[in-house]
Design a protein around this ligand. Sequence first.
Ligand code: ADP
Ligand code: ADP
Length: 228
Amino acid sequence: RPVIKLENVTKVYSLPTDDVIALDNINLEVKKGEFLAIMGTSGSGKSTLLNQIGCLDVPTSGNLYIDGRSVRDLNDNELTDLRRDKIGYIFQNFNLIPLLDLCENVEYPLILKYKKRDDTGRPKKLLEMVGLDETRVWHKPNEISGGQRQRVAIARALVNDPAILLCDEPTGNLDSRTSVQIMDMITDLHKEGRTIVMVTHEPDIANYAEKTIVMGDGKIISEGRGFS
Ligand code: ADP
Ligand code: ADP
């Protein structure tokens, strides 16, 4: 059974002048443990598709199922729980909180969930796991490099041990050497059994995935293994 299933998902943005069909009747299944890349030109619907999969936005029509549960049937609290417990998000611009140190950034989702400070040491262990130097954990995000920020963001995405990891251009702001390190890390998370869906416009990065779909004008225009 697919861990993610989109059934006739259409997303229309209504603008004052016209309607933009960002997703046009998408049908897609992602199996448990699969690593899928989403490619396509700018404006083709990649981010909109990832936001739908991440339950960050509701479809105009059609339906999304996560682990067999119809997202339409969930109330706001259930949806928040699902996003928090099942899905980790990694972004191009890292989205770390500037005023919090690195350890607090990773701890933050736990505070939201348990309404108290962490006493398990998990944030620090995760920072160690992603290879962040121990002397760095009390620094602020603006005191470290882009590659280190993405490591912190990955640690934060993992803190609730999600089965699904969504990555939007995870290497978009990184040099090629650092990109390889981050992709190796994402590949390891896939080997551990996590389901990965990643948006990228770079063929070299898509090649890390097992399967690639290419978006064009809100539709899936091709589908294949790797990119080449
Ligand atoms: P990408 O996903 O390609 O890195 P963005 O998601 O920032 O880039 O934008 C993709 C396209 O969507 C752009 O053409 C941009 O103008 C458009 N877009 C993004 N957000 C909005 C918005 N809030 N209103 C209108 N257009 C938007
Ligand atoms: P991509 O990620 O492939 O660059 P997007 O999913 O960001 O593409 O955008 C798909 C289409 O939807 C584009 O035509 C874009 O301009 C439009 N779009 C995206 N976000 C918004 C928004 N918030 N409001 C209006 N239009 C949007």
